[in-house]
Design a protein around this ligand. Structure first.
Ligand code: SDX
Length: 431
């Protein structure tokens, strides 16, 4: 969107350059610098992209100051309360909420793709049993491009659609297989009679030796956790998927790249790191010691699950997650869970501390999610794989949006070069 009436002026070495101002439907205006290098022979410099819009998107919007998250305009609080993960998948992919017939058809299409090619079972045997499930998922999801040759052509809209449905449907199966392999239990096949979340719980926790009944409280909480992680503008892993996709790489390879990026503790790996931190703190009387460490730059320690590049207010997902933690642990009769008590007290103390107030550091989506997942019986190593299952629809939606752009081009940032000026080679005899 361009408002040609508005522009900014840059003056460099006495010469003026006009930068058009692009007007969004929400959020900050954008200075269009696409012609800057050609006209002024200068780059802009923004490591970490703190002030850079890398693309145009209509999928998700975050207002960091208000603590607002919208998916295609709908607030996450309303979606978490009223919708389901598969309905949110439809909304993110196609832009509108489905009617009953559209949702039934979409659900059926996803359900029919939940099994993986039987030969993919062999991949797991090649991993150590103690491999982190994220390592397994990066490998197996990337290997999907060796199996689904009829959905690799990114220029064919039908193949893009099939690849999208396949990944949304198969990621839970692959994550569950990674978990089962790590605990030495047999893989459990998907059950099409179960819901998306119920099927995932069944694939993780049922065993051949006895019947497993999905707990409706855990099923609803699992589905809500999946909704809360579905998409989040141009975060690190989504930007990774977009950059990988910009070269024309096949969709499975792009999602594998996103999984790899999500694994980092500064990003999706924070949910595992946060629960491990809360367990290390152990009791509320040790919280001040950790708050002091988090404020001490030399400690290298940060409060995991706290802070966010965009939110300078409460992460609305954390608010919903905290309510869900109270509800789920209460229904499970473990409302006095010591880790939950430590988390709540840590949040209370931190939010009264000037260090966190001045830097606008609030709990993020990862602060409470691990407490719920732990109560469900998942090991901490499965927390980020569950984030990946959920974020697959966000990655795919953003990838499809980018591929469909008429002016789509390969992403290729430049740099501020601070290395050696040109010099001649010196033969080793003279060194
Ligand atoms: C996710 O981008 C997304 O949308 C991501 C995500 C998504 O849905 O995709 O929301 C998911 O990744 C959530 C974030 C999970 N990560 C963590 O919880 C790890 C702990 N948090 C941080 O490391 C940090 O807050 C980040 C990585 C989340 C954000 O880092 P920024 O925006 O680069 O900010 P920064 O590192 O420059 O920190 C600003 C200041 C610094 O102090 P000063 O140098 O200004 O003195 O705040 C301090 C930091 O030291 N700070 C913290 C802190 N987070 C930031 N100090 C203590 N504890 C923390 N958690």
């Amino acid at each position: 969107m361009t408002d040609v009436a508005r522009s900014a002026k840059l003056t460099l070495d006495g010469k003026d350059y006009t930068l058009p101002v692009l007007t969004p439907s929400a959020g900050p205006e954008v200075l269009d610098i696409r012609k800057l290098y050609a006209e002024a022979d200068v780059f802009t410099f923004d490591p970490g992209f703190t002030s850079t819009a890398a693309c145009e998107s209509a999928i998700t919007f975050i207002d960091g100051d208000l603590g607002e998250l919208l998916h295609r305009g709908y607030p996450i609080e309303q979606l978490a309360a009223e919708s389901t993960h598969l309905e949110l998948c439809y909304l993110l992919l196609y832009g509108e909420l489905p009617n009953a017939a559209q949702l039934a058809d979409f659900t059926a299409r996803v359900t029919k793709h939940t099994m993986v090619h039987e030969q993919m079972h062999n991949f797991f045997r090649g991993f150590r049993r103690d491999a982190h499930p994220m390592a397994t998922m990066v490998g197996v999801v990337g290997a999907m491009s060796a199996f689904y040759h009829d959905s690799l052509d990114i220029n064919d809209p039908w193949q893009r659609e099939v690849a999208s449905i396949r990944m949304i449907a198969k990621l839970p199966t692959i994550a569950a297989m990674a978990y089962k392999y790590s605990v030495g239990q047999p893989f459990v096949y998907p059950k099409n009679s179960l819901s998306f979340a119920g099927n995932f719980l069944n694939m993780c926790f049922s065993v051949p030796a006895e019947d497993y009944v999905v707990n409706p409280v855990l099923e609803k909480a699992m589905d809500r956790i999946m909704m809360l992680h579905a998409d989040h503008e141009q975060n690190a892993s989504t930007s990774t998927v977009r950059l990988a996709g910009s070269s024309g790489a096949n969709p499975f390879a792009c999602i594998a790249a996103g999984i790899a990026c999500l694994w980092g503790p500064a990003h999706g790996g924070a949910n595992q790191a946060c629960l491990e931190m809360l367990r290390e703190i152990g009791t509320v009387d040790r919280i001040p010691e950790y708050i002091a460490k988090a404020k001490d730059k030399t400690s290298g320690f940060r409060l995991m699950g706290f802070g966010h590049r965009v939110y300078k207010n409460f992460d609305p997902r954390a608010t919903v997650m905290k309510e869900s933690a109270d509800e789920v642990l209460g229904l499970l009769g473990i409302e006095n869970n010591p880790t939950l008590q430590v988390a709540k007290e840590l949040e209370r103390i931190a939010l009264q501390d000037d260090y966190f107030i001045s830097k606008k550091l609030y709990p993020n989506v990862d602060f409470y999610s691990g407490i719920i997942l732990d109560a469900m019986g998942f090991p901490t190593s499965m927390f980020t794989p569950i984030f990946a299952i959920s974020r697959t629809v966000g990655w795919i939606s953003q990838w499809k949006e980018m591929i469909a752009e008429s002016n789509q081009k390969i992403g290729r940032p430049r740099q501020l070069y601070v290395g050696s000026p040109k010099r001649d080679y010196v033969n080793i005899r003279n060194r």
